[in-house]
Ligand binder design. Structure first.
Ligand SMILES: C[S@@+](CC[C@H](N)C(=O)[O-])C[C@H]1O[C@@H](n2cnc3c(N)ncnc32)[C@H](O)[C@@H]1O
Length: 310
C-alpha cells in the first residue's frame, strides 16, 4: 500500500460519518501528527542531521516555508536544554502578585507553560489546588522536584490535557508570547469554568540602574526579543485589568550568568558566541563600579500582569 492509500484509509476511518464529530476527530488526529512532525524536525535540527533545505524538501515546502513554520516553535521548545540554569538563575515572582493573578474565590488553578515551577510554587503556597502543564520534559522534571505538591502534566497551550470547565483560573508566566494564540485562546476558554480568569505575567528587568542597563545592552548585542507585555486578549475574554509591581530579586553573580544562559536567544547562539557572551557578562559583573565587592546583588524588576475574565 502506498503512503497516499494509507493516509486516505486512516482519514476515512477517523472522519467516519463526517459532520462536526468527524471534523473534531480528524482535527485531533491532524494536530497529533503535526506535533509528531515538529518533534522529528526538532531532533533533526538539534543533532544537525539535516539542513532546513532538506527538511523543507521532505515536507514538500521551500526552505523559507520550513523555517517560517518551525524555527519559532523550536525556540519555544528550547528551554529544556538550559533547565537547570533556568531554575538557578531566573527570578521568582513577588508574593504580592498572587492576589492579582487569581480571584479570591478561585480554588483550582492551571499554571500553563509552567517551566520549572517559579510561579507554581507561590500558587501552591497560597493553598490553591494547582495543576502545572508544561511541554518540555526537562523543565517538568525540575518542576516536579521543586514543587512536589503540584500536579504536573505534559501538554501545551494549544492542547491542554484537562476537561472542559475544570479550572477557575489560568495563569501564564513568561510564556504567552510562545503560544499559537489562535489555538491557545479557545483551549484556555474551554478549560475555564464560566466567569474564570486568565492572567498573563512577565518579569521585566528595570534598566533604570546603570549596571542593569549595561547588562541589558550586552545581552541584546546580537539579537533583541521584543515582547508585548501588555497584550490584548481576544474574545471570549473581556476588558483587561493591568497591574505593575516593582520589586528586587536578591541574587548572585553566578545566578545572573545562569539567568542570561537560560534566555532562549542565548540558548540558540552558536557555541563560541554563547561562551563569549557569558564570559563578557561575568566580566561586567566583576568590574562594574556599582557592583564592586558585593556578594549579593539586588536586581530591580517590574512584574507586569494582565488579567481578563471569560
Ligand atoms: C520563559 S519559560 C516560563 C516558565 C515559567 N512559567 C516561569 O515563569 O518561570 C517559557 C515556558 O513556556 C513553555 N512553552 C513553550 N511553548 C509552549 C506552548 N505552546 N504551550 C505551553 N508551554 C509552552 C516552555 O517550555 C517554557 O517552559
Amino acid at each position: 500500500m502506498t503512503v497516499d492509500d494509507l493516509a486516505r484509509r486512516i482519514a476515512d476511518d477517523v472522519a467516519g460519518d463526517g459532520g462536526l464529530a468527524g471534523l473534531r476527530r480528524l482535527s485531533g488526529v491532524i494536530a497529533t501528527l503535526e506535533d509528531r512532525r515538529t518533534v522529528l524536525v526538532e531532533e533533526l535540527r538539534r543533532g544537525r542531521h539535516a539542513t532546513w533545505e532538506e527538511i523543507g524538501r521532505a515536507c514538500g515546502m521551500t526552505r523559507q516555508g520550513a523555517t517560517r513554520r518551525w524555527s519559532g516553535k523550536l525556540r519555544a521548545r528550547s528551554f529544556g536544554a538550559a533547565a537547570s540554569a533556568y531554575q538557578q538563575g531566573r527570578p521568582g515572582y513577588p508574593q504580592a502578585l498572587i492576589g492579582s493573578v487569581v480571584s479570591r474565590e478561585a480554588r483550582r488553578v492551571l499554571d500553563l507553560g509552567a517551566g520549572t515551577g517559579k510561579l507554581t510554587r507561590l500558587l501552591v503556597d497560597a493553598g490553591l489546588d494547582v495543576v502545572a502543564v508544561e511541554p518540555d520534559e526537562a523543565m517538568r522534571d525540575q518542576l516536579a522536584a521543586a514543587v512536589p505538591k503540584a500536579a504536573v502534566r505534559a501538554g501545551s497551550a494549544e492542547r491542554i490535557p484537562l476537561a472542559d470547565g475544570s479550572v477557575d483560573a489560568v495563569v501564564v508566566a513568561q510564556a504567552w508570547h510562545w503560544f499559537d494564540q489562535g489555538a491557545a485562546v479557545p483551549e484556555i476558554a474551554r478549560v475555564l469554568a464560566p466567569g474564570g480568569t486568565l492572567a498573563l505575567v512577565w518579569n521585566v528587568r528595570d534598566e533604570s540602574e546603570p549596571w542593569a542597563a549595561a547588562l541589558g545592552a550586552l545581552m541584546h548585542r546580537s539579537t533583541r526579543q521584543v515582547i508585548d507585555t501588555q497584550p490584548v486578549v481576544p474574545a471570549p475574554f473581556g476588558a483587561p485589568e493591568r497591574l505593575e509591581i516593582r520589586w528586587q530579586h536578591v541574587t548572585t553573580r553566578a545566578e545572573i550568568v545562569d539567568m542570561v544562559a537560560s534566555r532562549s536567544y542565548v540558548i540558540a547562539l552558536p557555541e563560541a558566541e554563547r561562551a563569549r557572551l557569558l564570559a563578557d557578562v561575568e566580566e561586567l559583573l566583576a568590574t562594574h563600579p556599582d557592583l564592586a565587592g558585593r556578594d549579593e546583588i539586588a536586581m530591580p524588576y517590574i512584574t507586569r500582569c494582565t488579567r481578563v475574565s471569560r
